[in-house]
Design a binder for this molecule. Structure first.
Ligand SMILES: [Zn+2]
Length: 153
């Protein structure tokens, strides 16, 4: 289990990325739920139309962890493993495989590209990630609307 500050950056990464890409969420939390160290609840399920967006939001937690801990280069060396540890890619990869949108052999490279895209966007919005991570450490669970005003500064 990652420590609480790492989890806060991870969940803030998902939330800020979702916000930037216009994907709504109900709550974001760093309370363990039996599955993961924290979680974000989205309003809509994964959709085929916006697969690229879904992928970038799914990997943004691990990308934010990498940026916050200085371990980004380590994570980039084996992105799929970190995403599996974070339990962030099962739904996405099974969807990718089911639909055949991305060939199985191409999935690691596809995820790695998504992480690079997320890193770029998170760097551009880092003050928002830090503000939300700080608020999560204090409040543990934050509603989508509160998160949006924290992100907006
Ligand atoms: Zn996650």
């Amino acid at each position: 289990m990652p420590d609480e500050p790492t989890t806060a950056y991870h969940e803030a990464g998902h939330a800020v990325m979702a916000h930037v890409l216009g994907k709504d969420f109900k709550t974001v939390s760093i309370l363990p739920d039996g599955v993961g160290a924290g979680r974000i609840d989205f309003k809509a399920p994964v959709s085929e139309r916006s697969l690229e967006m879904e992928s970038i939001v799914a990997v943004a937690g691990v990308a934010a962890e990498g940026l916050a801990t200085g371990r980004l280069s380590v994570i980039l060396q084996d992105t799929p493993r970190y995403l599996i540890i974070a339990d962030d890619v099962h739904r996405l990869t099974s969807y990718l495989l089911q639909t055949g949108i991305v060939a199985e052999d191409d999935i690691p490279a596809f995820l790695q590209r998504a992480v690079m895209d997320a890193v770029k966007a998170l760097r551009a919005n880092w003050p928002a990630v830090e503000a939300l991570a700080k608020a999560l450490l204090k409040e543990k669970t934050i509603s989508g609307s509160s998160a949006r005003s924290i992100i907006a500064g």
